[in-house]
Design a protein. Structure first.
Length: 324
Protein backbone atom coordinates (compact mmCIF):
# COMPACT_ATOMS: atom_id res chain seq x y z
CA UNK A 1 0.00 0.00 0.00
CA UNK A 2 1.21 3.50 -0.85
CA UNK A 3 1.59 5.80 2.16
CA UNK A 4 2.68 9.42 2.39
CA UNK A 5 4.82 10.78 5.20
CA UNK A 6 3.01 13.40 7.24
CA UNK A 7 4.88 16.57 8.14
CA UNK A 8 3.91 17.41 11.71
CA UNK A 9 3.38 21.16 12.24
CA UNK A 10 5.65 21.16 15.31
CA UNK A 11 8.50 19.80 13.18
CA UNK A 12 8.50 23.04 11.17
CA UNK A 13 10.65 25.32 13.28
CA UNK A 14 11.99 28.81 12.80
CA UNK A 15 15.74 28.49 12.08
CA UNK A 16 17.64 28.95 15.36
CA UNK A 17 20.72 30.22 13.57
CA UNK A 18 21.40 33.06 11.16
CA UNK A 19 21.93 31.99 7.57
CA UNK A 20 25.53 33.14 7.55
CA UNK A 21 27.11 32.02 10.81
CA UNK A 22 30.51 33.41 9.80
CA UNK A 23 29.00 36.88 9.36
CA UNK A 24 27.00 36.64 12.61
CA UNK A 25 30.08 35.56 14.58
CA UNK A 26 32.12 38.42 13.07
CA UNK A 27 29.42 40.89 14.22
CA UNK A 28 29.37 39.42 17.75
CA UNK A 29 33.15 39.64 17.84
CA UNK A 30 32.93 43.40 17.33
CA UNK A 31 30.16 43.74 19.88
CA UNK A 32 32.08 41.81 22.57
CA UNK A 33 35.54 43.07 21.58
CA UNK A 34 36.37 39.38 21.49
CA UNK A 35 39.28 37.33 20.26
CA UNK A 36 38.67 33.76 19.07
CA UNK A 37 41.49 31.39 19.97
CA UNK A 38 41.35 27.90 18.48
CA UNK A 39 43.36 24.72 18.80
CA UNK A 40 44.36 22.76 15.69
CA UNK A 41 42.08 19.88 16.73
CA UNK A 42 38.95 21.97 16.17
CA UNK A 43 36.72 21.38 13.15
CA UNK A 44 37.85 23.23 9.98
CA UNK A 45 35.11 25.91 10.12
CA UNK A 46 36.16 26.93 13.62
CA UNK A 47 39.82 27.04 12.58
CA UNK A 48 38.85 29.23 9.63
CA UNK A 49 36.98 31.79 11.75
CA UNK A 50 39.59 31.97 14.53
CA UNK A 51 41.85 34.98 15.05
CA UNK A 52 44.62 32.69 16.17
CA UNK A 53 45.12 28.93 15.76
CA UNK A 54 47.88 27.28 17.71
CA UNK A 55 49.24 24.65 20.06
CA UNK A 56 48.84 24.88 23.82
CA UNK A 57 51.91 27.09 24.27
CA UNK A 58 50.97 29.46 21.45
CA UNK A 59 47.42 29.71 22.77
CA UNK A 60 48.67 30.48 26.31
CA UNK A 61 50.96 33.18 24.96
CA UNK A 62 48.09 34.72 22.99
CA UNK A 63 45.86 34.62 26.06
CA UNK A 64 48.60 36.23 28.16
CA UNK A 65 49.02 39.15 25.76
CA UNK A 66 45.50 39.86 24.54
CA UNK A 67 43.89 43.29 24.80
CA UNK A 68 40.40 41.93 24.05
CA UNK A 69 37.56 42.05 26.61
CA UNK A 70 36.36 38.53 25.83
CA UNK A 71 38.24 35.36 24.95
CA UNK A 72 36.23 32.78 23.04
CA UNK A 73 38.20 29.60 23.51
CA UNK A 74 37.65 26.94 20.88
CA UNK A 75 39.50 24.13 22.57
CA UNK A 76 39.07 22.03 25.69
CA UNK A 77 38.36 23.03 29.29
CA UNK A 78 41.95 23.09 30.61
CA UNK A 79 42.96 25.44 27.77
CA UNK A 80 40.12 27.90 28.45
CA UNK A 81 40.85 27.59 32.17
CA UNK A 82 44.49 28.56 31.52
CA UNK A 83 43.25 31.65 29.65
CA UNK A 84 41.06 32.55 32.65
CA UNK A 85 43.94 32.01 35.11
CA UNK A 86 45.96 34.49 33.06
CA UNK A 87 43.04 36.94 32.62
CA UNK A 88 40.80 36.91 35.69
CA UNK A 89 38.97 40.08 34.64
CA UNK A 90 38.05 38.93 31.15
CA UNK A 91 34.99 36.99 30.10
CA UNK A 92 36.31 33.59 28.93
CA UNK A 93 33.78 31.55 26.96
CA UNK A 94 34.03 27.86 26.05
CA UNK A 95 31.39 26.80 23.45
CA UNK A 96 30.75 23.50 25.26
CA UNK A 97 31.63 23.18 28.96
CA UNK A 98 31.71 19.39 28.60
CA UNK A 99 34.75 19.62 26.34
CA UNK A 100 37.12 18.02 28.83
CA UNK A 101 40.31 15.99 28.35
CA UNK A 102 40.92 12.33 29.18
CA UNK A 103 44.49 13.15 30.13
CA UNK A 104 43.46 15.92 32.55
CA UNK A 105 40.81 13.56 33.97
CA UNK A 106 43.44 10.87 34.57
CA UNK A 107 44.91 13.00 37.35
CA UNK A 108 42.35 13.63 40.13
CA UNK A 109 43.50 16.30 42.64
CA UNK A 110 43.08 14.22 45.84
CA UNK A 111 45.09 11.28 44.48
CA UNK A 112 47.74 13.63 43.12
CA UNK A 113 48.06 15.44 46.47
CA UNK A 114 48.83 12.07 48.11
CA UNK A 115 51.34 11.19 45.34
CA UNK A 116 53.07 14.54 45.83
CA UNK A 117 53.13 14.10 49.61
CA UNK A 118 54.91 10.75 49.10
CA UNK A 119 57.74 12.60 47.26
CA UNK A 120 58.21 15.71 49.43
CA UNK A 121 61.61 16.76 48.04
CA UNK A 122 60.50 16.58 44.37
CA UNK A 123 59.86 19.51 42.08
CA UNK A 124 56.51 19.12 40.31
CA UNK A 125 56.49 19.73 36.56
CA UNK A 126 53.00 19.38 35.15
CA UNK A 127 51.93 19.21 31.54
CA UNK A 128 49.40 21.96 30.82
CA UNK A 129 46.78 19.23 30.09
CA UNK A 130 45.62 19.18 33.72
CA UNK A 131 43.04 20.94 35.86
CA UNK A 132 43.60 24.25 37.67
CA UNK A 133 43.72 22.26 40.93
CA UNK A 134 46.71 20.22 39.66
CA UNK A 135 48.38 23.37 38.32
CA UNK A 136 47.96 24.90 41.78
CA UNK A 137 49.96 21.96 43.23
CA UNK A 138 52.73 22.30 40.61
CA UNK A 139 56.01 24.23 40.54
CA UNK A 140 56.28 24.62 36.77
CA UNK A 141 53.85 23.99 33.91
CA UNK A 142 55.06 22.83 30.51
CA UNK A 143 53.52 22.02 27.14
CA UNK A 144 54.56 19.48 24.55
CA UNK A 145 56.61 22.14 22.76
CA UNK A 146 58.69 23.27 25.74
CA UNK A 147 58.78 20.25 28.11
CA UNK A 148 62.33 19.23 27.13
CA UNK A 149 63.58 22.83 27.37
CA UNK A 150 62.02 23.30 30.80
CA UNK A 151 63.19 20.04 32.35
CA UNK A 152 66.73 20.71 31.00
CA UNK A 153 66.83 23.95 33.03
CA UNK A 154 66.14 22.21 36.36
CA UNK A 155 69.30 21.60 38.45
CA UNK A 156 70.56 18.01 38.00
CA UNK A 157 70.38 17.20 41.70
CA UNK A 158 66.71 18.14 42.00
CA UNK A 159 64.35 15.14 41.77
CA UNK A 160 61.30 15.70 39.57
CA UNK A 161 57.70 14.50 39.49
CA UNK A 162 56.29 14.74 35.97
CA UNK A 163 52.49 14.67 35.61
CA UNK A 164 50.06 13.73 34.22
CA UNK A 165 51.19 12.24 30.86
CA UNK A 166 53.43 9.18 31.17
CA UNK A 167 54.13 9.17 27.42
CA UNK A 168 55.33 12.77 27.25
CA UNK A 169 57.20 12.10 30.51
CA UNK A 170 59.04 9.13 28.97
CA UNK A 171 59.85 11.15 25.88
CA UNK A 172 61.32 13.95 28.02
CA UNK A 173 63.35 11.40 29.99
CA UNK A 174 64.78 10.00 26.73
CA UNK A 175 65.61 13.47 25.42
CA UNK A 176 67.15 14.88 28.60
CA UNK A 177 68.64 11.73 30.17
CA UNK A 178 66.87 12.77 33.41
CA UNK A 179 65.10 10.24 35.63
CA UNK A 180 61.67 11.47 36.69
CA UNK A 181 58.85 10.03 38.77
CA UNK A 182 55.92 9.77 36.38
CA UNK A 183 52.22 10.03 37.08
CA UNK A 184 50.64 7.22 35.03
CA UNK A 185 48.14 9.29 33.04
CA UNK A 186 47.58 9.23 29.30
CA UNK A 187 45.52 10.57 26.40
CA UNK A 188 42.81 8.27 25.00
CA UNK A 189 43.39 9.63 21.48
CA UNK A 190 47.17 9.30 21.29
CA UNK A 191 47.09 5.81 22.82
CA UNK A 192 44.65 4.60 20.17
CA UNK A 193 47.12 4.48 17.28
CA UNK A 194 48.00 1.02 16.07
CA UNK A 195 51.70 0.38 15.54
CA UNK A 196 50.85 -2.57 13.27
CA UNK A 197 48.53 -0.53 11.02
CA UNK A 198 51.04 2.34 10.86
CA UNK A 199 53.76 -0.06 9.70
CA UNK A 200 51.36 -1.52 7.10
CA UNK A 201 50.54 2.01 5.88
CA UNK A 202 54.23 2.80 5.56
CA UNK A 203 54.68 -0.31 3.38
CA UNK A 204 51.85 0.95 1.13
CA UNK A 205 53.33 4.49 1.11
CA UNK A 206 57.11 4.03 1.27
CA UNK A 207 57.59 7.69 0.31
CA UNK A 208 55.69 8.91 3.41
CA UNK A 209 57.42 10.11 6.57
CA UNK A 210 55.85 9.20 9.90
CA UNK A 211 55.49 12.19 12.22
CA UNK A 212 54.11 11.91 15.76
CA UNK A 213 53.02 13.86 18.82
CA UNK A 214 54.98 13.03 22.01
CA UNK A 215 51.72 11.92 23.69
CA UNK A 216 51.92 8.76 21.52
CA UNK A 217 53.15 5.54 23.11
CA UNK A 218 56.81 4.51 22.65
CA UNK A 219 56.12 1.76 20.02
CA UNK A 220 54.47 4.37 17.74
CA UNK A 221 57.05 7.06 18.45
CA UNK A 222 59.82 4.62 17.54
CA UNK A 223 58.69 4.67 13.89
CA UNK A 224 58.52 8.46 13.65
CA UNK A 225 61.20 10.45 11.86
CA UNK A 226 60.00 13.58 13.65
CA UNK A 227 58.28 14.08 17.03
CA UNK A 228 56.84 17.39 18.16
CA UNK A 229 53.91 19.46 19.38
CA UNK A 230 51.11 20.24 16.94
CA UNK A 231 52.78 23.52 15.88
CA UNK A 232 56.14 21.77 15.51
CA UNK A 233 54.55 19.01 13.36
CA UNK A 234 52.93 21.64 11.16
CA UNK A 235 56.21 23.51 10.68
CA UNK A 236 58.08 20.29 10.02
CA UNK A 237 55.57 19.12 7.41
CA UNK A 238 55.99 22.33 5.42
CA UNK A 239 59.79 22.51 5.70
CA UNK A 240 60.57 18.82 5.04
CA UNK A 241 61.38 17.82 1.46
CA UNK A 242 58.97 14.86 1.77
CA UNK A 243 55.77 14.99 -0.24
CA UNK A 244 53.75 12.61 1.98
CA UNK A 245 53.30 12.12 5.73
CA UNK A 246 51.59 9.65 8.06
CA UNK A 247 50.38 11.90 10.86
CA UNK A 248 50.17 10.33 14.34
CA UNK A 249 48.13 12.92 16.19
CA UNK A 250 44.52 14.12 16.12
CA UNK A 251 43.62 14.56 12.42
CA UNK A 252 42.20 18.09 12.94
CA UNK A 253 45.76 19.35 12.35
CA UNK A 254 45.60 18.09 8.76
CA UNK A 255 43.32 21.02 7.80
CA UNK A 256 46.19 23.46 8.51
CA UNK A 257 48.78 21.14 6.96
CA UNK A 258 46.81 21.03 3.71
CA UNK A 259 46.29 24.79 3.77
CA UNK A 260 50.00 25.46 4.30
CA UNK A 261 51.31 22.97 1.78
CA UNK A 262 48.49 22.19 -0.68
CA UNK A 263 50.47 19.80 -2.88
CA UNK A 264 51.51 17.39 -0.12
CA UNK A 265 49.67 14.29 1.06
CA UNK A 266 48.72 13.86 4.72
CA UNK A 267 47.49 10.46 5.86
CA UNK A 268 45.96 10.17 9.34
CA UNK A 269 47.56 7.40 11.42
CA UNK A 270 44.90 4.68 11.94
CA UNK A 271 43.44 3.69 15.29
CA UNK A 272 43.52 0.07 16.49
CA UNK A 273 39.78 -0.45 16.07
CA UNK A 274 37.59 0.42 13.10
CA UNK A 275 36.38 3.65 14.63
CA UNK A 276 37.04 7.37 14.50
CA UNK A 277 38.79 7.17 17.89
CA UNK A 278 41.76 9.14 16.56
CA UNK A 279 39.44 12.18 16.68
CA UNK A 280 39.36 13.78 20.12
CA UNK A 281 35.74 13.44 21.29
CA UNK A 282 36.21 16.34 23.69
CA UNK A 283 37.61 18.80 21.16
CA UNK A 284 34.91 17.81 18.68
CA UNK A 285 32.12 18.79 21.10
CA UNK A 286 32.65 22.39 20.01
CA UNK A 287 30.81 23.36 16.84
CA UNK A 288 30.43 26.61 14.96
CA UNK A 289 26.77 26.73 16.11
CA UNK A 290 27.75 26.38 19.77
CA UNK A 291 30.45 29.00 19.34
CA UNK A 292 27.86 31.40 17.93
CA UNK A 293 25.41 30.66 20.77
CA UNK A 294 28.15 31.12 23.41
CA UNK A 295 28.96 34.56 22.01
CA UNK A 296 25.31 35.53 21.62
CA UNK A 297 24.35 34.55 25.18
CA UNK A 298 27.79 35.18 26.80
CA UNK A 299 27.76 31.71 28.30
CA UNK A 300 29.11 29.09 29.17
CA UNK A 301 31.72 31.08 31.02
CA UNK A 302 34.86 29.74 32.75
CA UNK A 303 34.95 30.56 36.46
CA UNK A 304 37.12 29.33 39.32
CA UNK A 305 37.92 29.98 42.98
CA UNK A 306 40.37 32.87 43.34
CA UNK A 307 42.75 30.98 45.67
CA UNK A 308 43.12 28.17 43.10
CA UNK A 309 43.58 30.71 40.29
CA UNK A 310 46.35 32.56 42.13
CA UNK A 311 48.15 29.32 43.02
CA UNK A 312 47.82 28.02 39.43
CA UNK A 313 49.07 31.28 37.92
CA UNK A 314 52.56 31.07 39.45
CA UNK A 315 53.70 27.85 37.66
CA UNK A 316 52.20 29.08 34.37
CA UNK A 317 54.15 32.32 34.65
CA UNK A 318 57.28 30.31 35.39
CA UNK A 319 56.71 28.34 32.22
CA UNK A 320 56.28 31.50 30.15
CA UNK A 321 59.52 32.94 31.61
CA UNK A 322 61.49 29.70 31.13
CA UNK A 323 60.38 29.24 27.53
CA UNK A 324 60.60 32.88 26.42
P1 LIG B 1 49.78 20.65 21.76
O1 LIG B 1 50.54 21.24 22.89
O2 LIG B 1 50.67 20.07 20.72
O3 LIG B 1 48.82 21.62 21.21
O4 LIG B 1 48.96 19.42 22.32
C1 LIG B 1 47.78 19.60 23.04
C2 LIG B 1 47.00 18.39 23.14
O5 LIG B 1 45.99 18.34 23.79
C3 LIG B 1 47.48 17.21 22.47
O6 LIG B 1 46.61 16.19 22.67
FE1 LIG C 1 43.10 15.68 25.90
FE2 LIG C 1 43.99 13.84 24.23
FE3 LIG C 1 41.96 15.37 23.52
FE4 LIG C 1 44.44 16.40 23.68
S1 LIG C 1 43.73 14.85 22.25
S2 LIG C 1 42.57 17.31 24.46
S3 LIG C 1 45.24 15.25 25.42
S4 LIG C 1 41.97 13.89 25.21
Amino acid sequence: MFTTALVQPDAIQTPAFPLDLFEAIAALKQELNAVILAHYYQEPDIQDIADYIGDSLGLSRQAASTDADTIVFAGVHFMAETAKILNPDLLVLLPDLNAGCSLADSCPPEAFAAFKAAHPDHLVVSYINCSAAIKAMSDIICTSSNAVKIVSQIPEDRPIIFAPDRNLGRYVMEQTGREMVLWEGSCMVHETFSEKKIVQLQIEHPEAEIIAHPECEPPVRRHASYIGSTTALLKYASSSASEAFIVATEPGIIHQMEKQTPGKQFIPAPPTNNCACNECPHMRLNTLEKLYLAMKHRTPEITMAEDIRVAALRPIQRMLEMSA
